[in-house]
Design a binder for this molecule. Sequence first.
Ligand code: IMP
Length: 182
Amino acid sequence: MTSNEAKFREVSLLLEGRGVELDLHRTEYPEIQADRLEDVVDAALGWLAAVYGDELVVDDSGLFVRGLAGFPGVYSSYVYRTLGCEGILRLLEGIPDRGATFQTVLGLRKGGENHLFEGKVEGTIAQESRGSEGFGFDPIFVPEGTSHTFAQMTRAEKNAISHRSRAAAALAGHLTRRGEAR
Ligand code: IMP
């Protein structure tokens, strides 16, 4: 399963319960170079609206490692493909601060407007990869309050606390206030 499908399943599971159905589109689109996920998502919505029209949701996420000055952050996708989890572990060798934040920004295009919803989870980078569930950096990220990595959790356990579920809850809250979700 690609991380696209995994992200789609996580978000759609959360929104389904609120009466919102999503379809997955596989499209390559140019990602702008920016320091913040919010700016990347805002630009992506503009591009994708030109192709798919209104009623779109875009997810962009990143792992911000404190001891690496926020790297890989907005470059997480490239860094995952090139260095992978092992590369992050190597970069952190000898660095005592293993604190990290996972962030998701979900962008909603509706009524010709962009709306952005953010979710974060604090945690630490494990000493070694652990677990086989999930995707991406899940095997090295230990969310606050547990000793397990995301990859050692079921999807439901990850969803209960994840950056993506927090962003999805904010998106669902917005739709509920507008009478478009339960
Ligand atoms: P993007 O949102 O697909 O650009 O994600 C950036 C990178 O972070 C990709 O390599 C993903 O595999 C990884 N990533 C995104 N969300 C998660 C997550 O929830 N857990 C672990 N890795 C993630």
